[in-house]
Design a protein around this ligand. Sequence first.
Ligand SMILES: [Zn+2]
Ligand SMILES: [Zn+2]
Length: 168
Amino acid sequence: MSLDNRPVYTGGCQCGRVRFRVEGALGDASVCHCRMCQKASGNFYLPLVSVRGARLDWTRGEPKRFRSSSAAWRGFCAECGTPLTFEAPDGIALAIAAFDDPAGIAPTIQWGVEAKLPYVDSIPKLPSEETMGDVSSAPYLAELVSYQHPDHDTDHWDTDQWPPEEKP
Ligand SMILES: [Zn+2]
Ligand SMILES: [Zn+2]
């Protein structure tokens, strides 16, 4: 919460070179199955939440943008590629999973269903395993070191080096 009790949300890209802060109520949360959102996210569909009615600040760096149509730009981290924004004349939407705490931002509608991939609806029925369920066939998982930026703001930032420790 901010000083005047408006909700505050933070987030950013995987490498941490781009970070954002949203102050105020989030708008509609959705997923879009359209072919452009598939490409822009490299994924089956793109979950987005509108920040049209809130204040958005880029607190570290700023996305690079690709103009995907005459009406819209797609923002992403130029260093690590994380999709971050959909920017149209009527406002900006942010990628839900780029928020530090995406669990509370539940989509309420699906768009672009004419392009929905045929297997998307059957994914929840697939066999399920936790990450470490595969450790015998992928022993590197046991010693894995994450270089992903943590899910909170950081101040020890060096534009040339993230994370601060040397990578092997
Ligand atoms: Zn990044
Ligand atoms: Zn779309």
